[in-house]
Design a protein around this ligand. Structure first.
Ligand code: ITT
Length: 191
């Protein structure tokens, strides 16, 4: 099976993606290849940050790889937290980040939000980008314990439960990351 490095330290994402690529590719995480450095994400868009991660892995280690940058964009908060999703409250503490979103949205009628993923793929000297988006709304209070990040407060359009109330496979059938990943897989299969 061909190998590809997924330039992430987030084990939940590796799990989700391994599930999606089962039987197609062996996915190696940064820790699988002994890379424990925190790759700087200093870009101002998801695409720039994803490309910084792949450039780092291919530049330093010479391996084909892909990376994603994702986040939550809330319409009433001018698309915040966006690229700051992981550390919105100033820490990586998920509870604090969720509390900050709920606090800022207190009393707001417009609850529209979307998760977005941009994947950067580097094969040799070639760079490619793939995108996935899922629309939904921010709940008034958290519900569910599956998934990670903002999953307990995000209810996808057409559903009456949050991402955190879904199984991994149900979330994977509709999520932003899954959509971007399907585009990546289709591309890799045809490449
Ligand atoms: P890496 O940079 O190491 O890949 P990360 O946790 O920082 O891991 P992202 O940059 O892709 O991951 O995502 C930034 C944050 O956006 C993430 O920490 C979550 O808070 C949020 N997020 C992204 N995808 C999510 C999802 O499917 N469900 C809930 N929250 C998500």
């Amino acid at each position: 099976m061909p190998k590809l490095v997924f330039a992430t330290n987030n084990q939940y994402k590796v799990q989700e993606v391994q599930h999606l690529l089962e039987g197609v590719y062996t996915v190696l995480s940064l820790s699988d290849i002994g890379c424990n450095e925190d790759i700087p994400e200093t870009g101002s868009t998801f695409a720039e940050n994803a490309a910084l991660k792949t450039a780092y892995v291919s530049g330093k280690l010479g391996l084909d790889c892909f990376a994603d940058d994702s986040g939550l964009e809330i319409a009433a908060l001018n698309d915040e937290p966006g690229i700051f999703s992981a550390r919105y409250s100033g820490t990586r503490d998920v509870q604090k980040n969720i509390e900050l979103v709920l606090e800022k949205m207190k009393g707001m009628g417009d609850r529209r939000a979307r998760f977005k993923t941009v994947i950067s793929l580097k094969l040799g000297a070639q760079d490619y980008l793939f995108e996935g988006v899922i629309n939904g709304r921010i709940r008034e209070a958290p519900a569910g314990s599956q998934g990670f990040g903002y999953d307990p407060i995000f209810e996808p359009e057409g559903y009456s439960h949050t991402f955190a109330e879904m199984s991994v496979s149900e979330k994977n059938s509709i999520s932003h990351r899954a959509q971007a990943m399907q585009k990546l897989i289709a591309f890799l299969k045809g490449a």
